[in-house]
Structure formats: C-alpha cells, structure tokens
Design a protein around this ligand. Structure first.
Ligand SMILES: NC(=O)c1ccc[n+]([C@@H]2O[C@H](COP(=O)([O-])OP(=O)(O)OC[C@H]3O[C@@H](n4cnc5c(N)ncnc54)[C@H](OP(=O)(O)O)[C@@H]3O)[C@@H](O)[C@H]2O)c1
Length: 282
C-alpha cells in the first residue's frame, strides 16, 4: 500500500557522477536531505560537502548494502543486467520509495527497449512506492561533439534535419527530486522532454551561436553512425537509438507536458542548455 508521507530521511542517488545524478545530488543536498551518492568510481571529491560517497556497482547488489543502510528512498538508473537483486536489497534495508530513470523508448518501442522495460516491470512489482521517469534524448548527448567542435569547429550526426525535443538533464533531475521528496507522484509514469523539437543541424547552429563562432555541420550516413555508436553501445541500444533519431514516431517528436506539470514552469530549451554549457565546446 502507498505510504503517503514525505521523505525526510536519507536518499540514495545511483549514477551520482553522471549528468542527471550530479545535478540531483546537488538539488537534494541543497534541499537539506541527507544524500548518499553511488557510482562505481565515486569519491568524496565528486560530491558536495556533507554528501556521503559510496562506490558500488549496480551489477553487484550485495555491494550496495552499506549505501542503502538507513535510507528511505532510492533514485535508480538502468544499469546492470537485473534489477531484482538491487530492489530486494533496497527493501530489506527499509527503503520505501524508488524513482526509476527509464527511457521514452520503453513506452514507444518496448521491443527495442527491453532492458529499461525489465527495470520498469521490476520496480512496479517491487512492493515499494514507485515513480518512473521516461526520459527522451538528453541535451547532454551534444557533448559527443565537444572534442570536434573545440578542435575543428565541426559537428557530425545522422538525420541532420529530423527534430526531437531533447530534454535538459537538470530538468530530469528536478523532476526526480520532486518525486523523491514529495508524495504526489506515486505510481506516476512521466515522459520528460524539452519544450520543442530541434534537429542536429539546429543544435549545432545553437552551439555556434553560444560560442559566437561558426560550426560546420556534416550529415553522417546511418551506416557511419551505426559503426561509431557500436564502439560504446550494445547493438540493441544502437538500433533503438538510431530508429528514434531517424524515424521518430509522432509521439517521440511531440513535446510532453510532464516537466511543466511537475515543476510548474516550462522545461529548459536546448539554447538555454547550450548557453550554460558553451565552455565545454570552446
Ligand atoms: N542520454 C540520453 O539521451 C538518455 C535518454 C533516456 C534515458 N537515459 C538514461 O539516463 C541515464 C543517466 O544519464 P546520464 O547522462 O546522467 O548518464 P552518464 O552521464 O553517462 O552517467 C552514468 C552514471 O551512472 C554510473 N554508472 C554506470 N554504470 C553503473 C553501474 N553498473 N553501477 C553503478 N553506477 C553506474 C556512472 O558512474 P561510474 O561509471 O563511475 O559507475 C555515472 O555516474 C542513462 O544511464 C540512461 O539509462 C539517457
């Protein structure tokens, strides 16, 4: 049964050194929550003062025991093969709420996004209070251009003119903080996007404007992009991602109202994100 109480005790944030997790740790810590930051390689140097750093691997649930001890809530990302052991450890530690960061594809392309789907099912069946965040593509994916834009003022991507409403990871973190701390988001599945679709060509131009210098955009073929992405992503993820980037459904192209519904303000635009992150491309 859902426990309709706010969370005032410790919150465990997995993926705490990532784009979303880092922002979430900061937000929760600023809100006065005790926070434990988990990632495989996290150290005290990675977290704000007062936050506990607990290095652990989501693929090895028993190693999470120390991090989970005394916590009330868990921010979980899709990592490791099987979420059941992690959720069992969370329950036996007394954690009562879990907020899962999943992918929009779990809803729009369940066959290709089986792994996030497995995590969603496990969270729903866990007996914990749950909220699922289905993120669309994130603005931080543009950091893949950081090196080529810094070095040569060049950006390459497939499907140059296909628009998607990329979400600012700070907005994903802010929605996660709301769901972790408040009691109004139990059993909700939110789709998180930015306010408007932008194409890769437009995103390169937006970064150029933030830099005050031109950036040359080159369109890759799907085969080129497939070969490059296969170096660091498993095959189903490459295929699922390329399908969304190149042949998005109407739903995947449509901005979702959920960020604004939860935060009571409009989601940040790609231009906002690029302006804040221009130094990464200098
Ligand atoms: N980028 C997108 O467009 C997009 C869209 C939808 C959903 N998502 C989801 O959002 C998640 C977070 O995105 P992000 O940009 O914040 O990711 P990110 O910057 O790549 O960071 C990933 C974080 O997770 C940690 N991590 C990875 N594997 C782990 C494991 N086995 N055990 C414990 N910690 C682990 C990493 O630290 P260590 O390496 O030190 O462990 C790091 O802190 C992604 O993992 C993905 O599932 C992303």
């Amino acid at each position: 049964m859902a426990l309709m109480e706010d969370i005032t005790g410790a919150i465990v944030v997995t993926g705490a050194t990532g784009n979303v997790g880092r922002a979430l740790v900061r937000m929760l810590s600023e809100a006065g929550s005790p926070v434990t930051a988990v990632a495989r390689s996290v150290t005290v140097a990675d977290v704000p003062a007062g936050v506990r750093a607990a290095p652990a691997d989501l693929a090895e649930p028993a190693g999470l025991r120390a991090a989970f001890a005394g916590a009330q809530a868990l921010f979980l990302l899709v990592a490791g093969e099987d979420p059941h052991g992690v959720l069992a450890e969370a329950k036996s530690a007394g954690i009562r709420r879990v907020v899962l960061l999943s992918s929009q594809g779990a809803g729009t392309r369940p066959e290709a996004y089986r792994h996030p789907r497995l995590f969603e099912e496990a969270v729903k069946e866990s007996g914990l209070d749950w909220t699922i965040l289905r993120s669309g593509g994130m603005a931080t994916n543009a950091l893949a251009w950081a090196e080529s834009i810094s070095a040569r003022r060049e950006a390459a991507a497939p499907f140059g003119d296909v628009g998607l409403p990329f979400v600012d990871p700070d907005d994903v973190a802010a929605v996660a903080a709301a769901a972790l701390l408040g009691d109004g988001h139990l059993s909700a599945i939110y789709t998180l996007t930015g306010p408007a679709p932008t194409s890769p060509r437009e995103r390169a131009a937006t970064i150029a404007a933030a830099l005050g210098e031109p950036v040359r955009f080159t369109e890759q073929t799907e085969e080129e992009a497939h070969a490059l992405m296969s170096r660091f992503m498993p095959l189903p993820a490459v295929e699922g991602t390329l399908a969304i980037l190149g042949r998005p459904t109407e739903e995947e192209q449509r901005p979702s109202p959920d960020v604004e519904r939860v935060l009571e303000r409009a989601p940040g635009s790609f231009a906002d994100w690029a302006a804040r992150n221009a130094p990464a491309f200098r």
